[in-house]
Design a protein around this ligand. Structure first.
Ligand SMILES: Nc1ncnc2c1ncn2[C@@H]1O[C@H](COP(=O)(O)OP(=O)(O)O)[C@@H](O)[C@H]1O
Ligand SMILES: [Mg+2]
Length: 212
């Protein structure tokens, strides 16, 4: 089991979810949909080491992550999981290649030219990221995340800023990645059709995750 969530509850100004239990296995994908403000991003942050829950446990690779010392938690975040946001955090004044190289240094990984070619960005490696398209920027961002071969990818509306065709290509790459790397995908999306392509599709509503 790559991800095992037990009895998870969280609230800010109001309760967001209560006693959630779910698991995610190798090669599997799950989608979380729900109205804005329902707590999807909060759930993703909690499952991906970024936010300690009010109640419950998150196990990644059998480790109860919020019971680990902080340096081990940071290590899991850096090396075992990949987190993709709607707006990527690339260094605008640097080239695509430099942005990818920074990630290889941080994660002690190698520059993966095969991955870069598969993502279709080998021809723009020397361009500044400010000068390439939104879809190409998201691919550079994906290269930075996938080169460390994460076991779980957490994606928070990763295609929200992209046109439909580019969005389809990016999600196809993610599905392909988890199958060929025995990894898993936790996807937050507004797109119900995309959600249904995942092995499990949930809606976060009335504090619970409901399958649909
Ligand atoms: N760090 C925070 N501090 C206080 N309230 C927060 C914080 N993060 C999110 N919230 C609130 O929690 C609710 C759910 O937010 P979020 O998880 O981002 O929902 P979603 O991703 O489904 O739109 C919102 O009301 C938001 O304002
Ligand atoms: Mg959100």
């Amino acid at each position: 089991m790559l991800l095992d969530v037990k009895n998870l509850s969280h609230s800010f100004d109001y309760p967001l979810f209560n006693n959630l239990d779910f698991t995610l296995e190798e090669k599997k994908s799950m989608a979380v949909t729900g109205v804005s403000g329902s707590g999807k991003s909060t759930l993703l942050h909690i499952c991906s080491t970024l936010l300690r829950p009010k109640n419950g446990e998150v196990f990644i690779n059998e480790k109860d992550i919020y019971k680990l010392p902080n340096d081990e938690l940071v290590n899991i975040r850096r090396c075992n999981i990949g987190i993709i946001f709607q707006s990527h955090f690339l260094f605008k004044g640097f080239s695509a290649r430099e942005n990818i190289e920074i990630a290889t240094i941080l994660t002690k990984s190698d520059f993966d030219m095969e991955l870069v070619e598969r993502l279709g960005i080998s021809h723009i490696l020397n361009n500044k990221v400010g000068d390439i398209s939104g879809g190409q920027q998201q691919r550079v961002s994906l290269a930075r995340i996938l080169l460390k071969k994460p076991k779980i990818i957490f994606a928070d509306e990763p295609t929200g800023n992209l046109d439909a065709a580019t969005a389809g290509e990016i999600t196809a790459l993610l599905f392909d990645y988890i199958k060929t790397n025995n990894a898993a995908l936790f996807l937050v999306t507004h797109d119900l059709n995309l959600a249904k392509k995942c092995d499990a599709a949930y809606k976060l509503e009335n504090l619970q995750l409901k399958s649909f």
